[in-house]
Design a protein around this ligand. Structure first.
Ligand code: BG6
Length: 502
């Protein structure tokens, strides 16, 4: 561990301190960092929200959340008490300067007590309409002037379309330096996602085959068993394209397709990712039907329980045109990837919860085996499973033991469970924010190019009501048109036989 982490005090302000994200993700992650000795010796966490709460009542709420959601299970009282003694609550109205004056007094108090300037992290775990309001008040009250010591963390959704993302970026740029802004895409903090970079750029055997000469196509599939649950109101304004593809799935495309950065610094890595987004083929309105399909789940049965269709979920329009599934064929128009399709799909209420990348290699140029030896023939695949199983598999052909020459695909597998305990995405991301490492965060231009790429699709889908919705039932593989999208090229969606645990 870098010893400077321990000696640099940190002050967290969590806006939306009483909200779900803090309860489920942020506080459990901070607690686990504390347990694993990653937090500085001097730190304090100030949650704020509109309600009036005592510190004790606030800590109790967070304790309940941590007991329920921490990957380490229930807390150990002595350790929790020590951690919780650094958590405080301030009731605040984020549109009122008075609240920010109060924050300023808190900062001054800690500076005096710690005799050292802390790094100040403003974590905006709030609804996106508050991002500009909070940003402007932070600026107006001079709370982010020292760019080396203040950071702002912004959750998704970052904008609703290209225009709104642009204006949010422009506004933030008037208040903060880009090096102060941490736009979260929690997929980038996932252990198996980070390993894509490690795997690609630390193994010499991959580079010679990582291109159109050897790779036939790439599939990225993120399916979820859950429906929209209690998030109908938000989801109605989003849909699968905005909620998942604009951010998480395009980031996965970037990690698979990017060129080698000259080093591992945040901007070098992000520059190479931006290159991918810039090289991605733009959609012509007349071609959209051929390369992108959408779906919406209807009612069905999941594990013996009847579940409603999307249009019957809470806070959802009974005639909703919002897609809960999307499948798209992308191309990256550069030398490495010319004409290699990247099939990307995501959906809610699918048969499996699984995030899997499958890289399928081209066939051998000439098969020397007789036809009856090759009944189970399968092109080589590299399968990166992000969740729930975290693994990397290389599928190769091998001889089935026996007197005959029969070939069968076999998997060479690396499984994380057999390696070590893995941190949650939010632990990784929070630690990076503390240490000031922006590699796993979205830069302004990345967000912009991702929106720009998807705008023709968004415009087309928003403006044309789908007459076929709902077009897949709960607990299925998604709509048939998604099968057709990939089948027309002679492939099928790859799934791992995973036992699902929710
Ligand atoms: C969020 C989306 O960003 O990611 C949710 O808003 C989605 O709709 C979630 O369920 C999926 O994340 P994970 O980590 O469970 O795959």
């Amino acid at each position: 561990m870098d010893s400077s982490i321990k000696s640099q005090p940190v002050l967290f302000f969590i806006f939306g301190g009483t909200g779900d994200l803090n309860k489920r993700k942020i506080t459990p992650a901070l607690y686990n960092l504390f347990l694993d000795n990653w937090l500085p010796e001097k730190f304090a966490i100030i949650g704020n929200g509109r309600s009036e709460l005592t510190d004790t009542a606030y800590r109790k709420k967070l304790l309940e959340g941590t007991n329920e959601f921490s990957r380490k299970g229930k807390v150990v009282k002595k350790q929790w008490d020590e951690f919780a003694s650094k958590i405080f609550y301030q009731s605040a109205n984020v549109s009122d300067d008075k609240s920010y004056k109060h924050f300023k007094e808190t900062i001054e108090k800690y500076e005096t007590e710690w005799k050292q300037k802390p790094v100040i992290i403003y974590y905006l775990a709030v609804s996106p309409n508050l991002f500009p309001i909070i940003g402007e008040h932070i600026a107006k009250n001079n709370l982010a002037e020292e760019s080396d010591y203040t950071r702002i963390v912004i959750e998704k959704p970052f904008g609703h379309d290209l225009e709104s993302a642009k204006s949010l970026n422009e506004l933030l740029a008037t208040i903060f330096d880009e090096k102060q802004i941490y736009r979260i895409d929690h997929y980038l903090g996932k252990e198996a996602v980070q390993n894509i970079l490690a795997f690609r750029f630390s193994n010499a055997i991959l580079e010679p085959i990582w291109n159109r000469n050897y790779i036939d196509h790439v599939q990225i599939s993120v399916s979820e068993k859950l429906g929209v649950e209690e998030r109908g109101e938000y989801y109605e304004t989003a849909g699968a394209l905005r909620d998942m593809i604009q951010n998480h799935l395009l980031q996965l495309v970037c990690l698979i397709a990017m060129e080698t950065p000259i080093n591992f610094s945040a901007d070098e890595v992000r520059n190479r990712k931006v290159d991918v987004l810039r090289a991605m083929r733009r959609f012509k309105p007349e071609e959209i039907k051929k390369v992108a399909v959408r779906g919406q789940y209807g009612p069905g049965w999941v594990e013996g329980k009847q579940v409603p269709g999307y249009r019957n979920e809470n806070d959802v329009d009974p005639n909703s045109n919002t897609e809960t599934f999307a499948a798209i064929k992308f191309f990256v128009d550069n030398w490495r990837w010319h004409d290699v399709p990247f099939y990307v799909r995501t959906g809610k209420r699918m048969h499996q919860t699984a995030s899997v990348i499958s890289i399928q290699f081209r066939d051998v140029p000439h098969c020397v085996f007789q036809a009856d030896s090759t009944d189970n023939w399968q092109q080589n695949r590299l399968i990166i499973s992000i969740q729930p199983e975290m693994s990397i598999r290389l599928q190769v052909q091998a001889k089935r033991p026996g007197l005959e020459m029969v070939l069968n695909p076999v998997d060479m597998i690396f499984k994380y469970e057999e390696a070590t305990e893995t941190p949650e995405a939010y632990e990784t991301l929070l630690l990076d924010i503390i240490t000031g490492d922006q590699t796993l965060f979205m830069r302004a231009d990345q967000v912009g190019f991702a929106w720009e790429l998807l705008m023709p699709l968004l415009n087309s889908w928003d403006s044309k009501k789908s007459l076929s919705f709902p077009n897949y039932s709960a607990d299925s593989q998604g709509p048939e048109i998604a099968e057709a999208l990939i089948a027309q090229d002679g492939f099928h969606w790859f799934t791992l036989p995973i036992k699902n645990k929710l």
